[in-house]
Design a protein around this ligand. Structure first.
Ligand SMILES: C[S@@+](CC[C@H](N)C(=O)[O-])C[C@H]1O[C@@H](n2cnc3c(N)ncnc32)[C@H](O)[C@@H]1O
Length: 226
């Protein structure tokens, strides 16, 4: 295929995606301001996209979510989508290692009107997860932090779940690299390869990977706890 038709195909994909986002996942001021304050604070622009945000809400509805756990908050963008999927007495706990990020999250949650049901806890997620057992089970768990730790996050996520809980992990496609493991792959890629393998083989889970980001070159691993 010529470069021109590849470019046309890409533009067509983007146009379709923009239409879906506009019709099914429009951003409001709360979400837009979370992105703006992240930018102003110099945070990286590595949050999920609006269609993925809406997809998280769809999964939250499917699992009748009242309690949601997120690992990796950044500026609170995905947290706002998640918190808005909860009933008024629901609870989102989001774990973030960087206190500067957490500060932006708190302000973003307040502006988006979800501060009463959404809380950011600061520290290494691996240290915090063991303290969450009294607050479990969580109906939906969204994993989106350091990729090296994904296999450990999965084990904790299963421990903190119930039958029917949904465990979603971002960045599980990575341009297809995760499906062609090599001895030279980075530690991050190795973590994701292991995560996909564990979710595929674990008899406690039913799992699929969705290429739903970055021109369909990255996306979610979605696992339902049986
Ligand atoms: C990809 S960003 C999260 C994006 C966010 N979920 C969104 O879509 O809006 C990853 C976040 O995980 C945090 N993080 C990295 N390692 C962590 C760890 N060990 N424990 C907790 N948070 C961590 C980073 O500081 C960063 O803010």
């Amino acid at each position: 295929m010529s470069d021109i038709s590849l470019e046309q195909e890409k533009q067509q994909r983007h146009a379709i995606e923009a239409q879906i986002a506009q019709l099914f996942a429009p951003e409001d001021d709360g979400l837009r301001q979370a992105l703006e304050s992240a930018k102003a604070a110099g945070l990286p622009e590595i949050q999920i996209n609006p269609i993925q945000g809406k997809l998280l809400q769809v999964f939250a509805a499917a699992s009748h979510a009242r309690k949601i756990l997120e690992i990796g908050s950044l500026a609170g963008y995905s947290g706002i989508w998640l918190a808005r999927a909860l009933p008024a007495d629901g609870r989102l706990i989001t774990l973030e290692i960087d206190p500067k990020h957490a500060e932006v999250v708190r302000a973003s949650f307040a502006r988006a009107g979800v501060a009463e049901r959404a809380e950011v806890r600061v520290g290494n997620a691996l240290d915090q997860l063991s303290t969450l057992q009294t607050e479990a089970p969580f109906d939906l768990i969204f994993i989106d932090a350091d990729k090296v730790s994904y296999p450990q996050y999965l084990e904790w996520a299963i421990k903190l779940s119930r039958s029917g809980s949904i465990i979603i992990a971002d960045n599980c496609v990575r341009g297809g690299n995760v499906f062609q493991p090599s001895p030279e792959m980075s530690e991050d890629t190795a973590g994701l390869v292991k995560y996909n393998q564990l979710t595929r083989e674990d008899p406690r889970l039913t799992t699929i990977v969705l290429a739903n980001d970055n021109d369909y070159t990255d996306g979610f691993n979605v696992a339902v706890v049986k």
